[in-house]
Design a protein around this ligand. Structure first.
Ligand code: FES
Length: 105
């Protein structure tokens, strides 16, 4: 069973930018961007040490780099190139009309 929540409007998600959206009842903002024409979404927390990717995340060539220790996470696979046992979760994205929804579970 999925726990699907509305995050934002499609137009709020911009290619080349990381944008975080607070969702009621969810601890960390939902981060979004566009990769190869598709909206991607993931939790706004670094899996290395629980810091905010709203504050410390930088989008670079299809990856998110956390500025705290410099680890990079591929937005397609979630893999961390520095620590193979770390991964950034990605949410399943569903577009409903002009709205972006993600499955938290
Ligand atoms: S806290 Fe993000 S790389 Fe260490």
């Amino acid at each position: 069973m999925a726990l699907r929540v509305r995050v934002c409007k499609v137009g709020d998600v911009v290619e080349g930018e990381l944008r975080g959206f607070q969702v009621l009842g969810v601890t960390w903002p939902v981060m979004t961007t566009v990769i190869d024409g598709a909206i991607v979404a993931f939790p706004g927390v670094c899996p290395h040490d629980d810091v905010s990717l709203v504050d410390y995340g930088v989008l670079e060539e299809g990856q998110v780099r956390c500025r705290v220790h410099g680890y990079r996470f591929d937005l397609d696979s979630g893999r961390c190139e520095h620590m193979p046992n770390l991964a950034l979760r990605r949410y399943r994205v569903t577009l409903v009309g002009a709205d972006v929804w993600v499955d938290l579970l």
